[in-house]
Ligand binder design. Structure first.
Ligand SMILES: [Zn+2]
Length: 249
């Protein structure tokens, strides 16, 4: 998705974008007036880059609302589409890094192809997200072990990160921190992470830390399908001391 929205588009993508639409009339008029030879490839590249910037702008506007709106994948896709449609319905659009873009100069079909491709890439990343293996983080003491793992897209792009600790003798697991970048919040990956913890350490009763208050709704929903309480508990047993310890020799 990042590649589709941020990287320069390959000239061959998608094929129909190579059709010559009306185009960048001001620039062409200027070229004709000054007698300059206008490089077709440059013109095409600029036009495509402008369209990409608008699709990206619609995406970022939608993303900026996630803090308050908490849209799931389908709702997010719909809102992104609505915003793109309303940008494309304007006469001109201002996007950071670009001078004013005149919509009539653009190939809106390309915009919708980009939206669809980026949306598919996003869905693909979410649907096929993989939780990597747990690896030890802090040195363990006699009782408690600290671990972390990442959740990645099939192309290994990191979507989120999980840190946790377990005290096997007492039978407790403690989720220390779960974090996703705003791009990957509210699309089910938190559920995937918690499910992984329970699968990897099936004998434990799970709690979480102070981050509970920021995501109460999430834990309340998750709890319905879990044997663990998943409530806030900094120290389920006396062994969850998170201060770094010197490695024993
Ligand atoms: Zn313990």
């Amino acid at each position: 998705m990042v590649r589709i929205l941020w990287d320069p588009l390959p000239a061959s993508w998608p094929a129909e974008a190579r059709r010559r639409p009306g185009g960048l009339r001001g620039l062409i008029a200027w070229a004709q007036n000054t007698g300059a030879v206008l490089d077709d490839d440059v013109e095409l590249r600029v036009r495509r880059g402008a369209m990409q910037a608008i699709v990206r702008e619609a995406y970022q506007q939608t993303l900026a609302e996630q803090d308050s709106e908490h849209r799931g994948s389908a709702e997010f896709a719909q809102e992104w589409k609505t915003r793109l449609a309303s940008l494309l319905a304007m006469k001109t659009v201002e996007v950071s890094g670009w001078s004013e873009i005149t919509i009539a100069d653009l190939d809106t079909d390309l915009g919708w192809s980009l939206y669809t491709a980026a949306l598919n890439a996003r869905s693909e990343a979410i649907t096929h997200a993989i939780a990597q293996r747990s690896r030890p983080s802090l040195p363990s003491d006699a009782q408690t072990s600290f671990y972390e793992f990442s959740i990645v897209a099939p192309d290994e792009h990191a979507l989120g990160h999980v840190r946790y600790a377990v005290c096997e003798p007492c039978g407790f697991g403690l989720l220390l921190k779960i974090s996703f970048s705003p791009d990957w919040q509210f699309c089910g990956l938190g559920t995937l992470a918690l499910r992984q913890l329970e699968t990897r350490h099936p004998m434990l009763t799970w709690y979480t830390t102070g981050q509970y208050t920021h995501a109460k709704g999430f834990y309340q929903r998750y709890r319905q399908s879990s044997a663990s309480p998943w409530t806030e508990k900094q120290n389920p047993c006396p062994h969850f001391d998170q201060r770094p310890r010197p490695r024993r020799s």
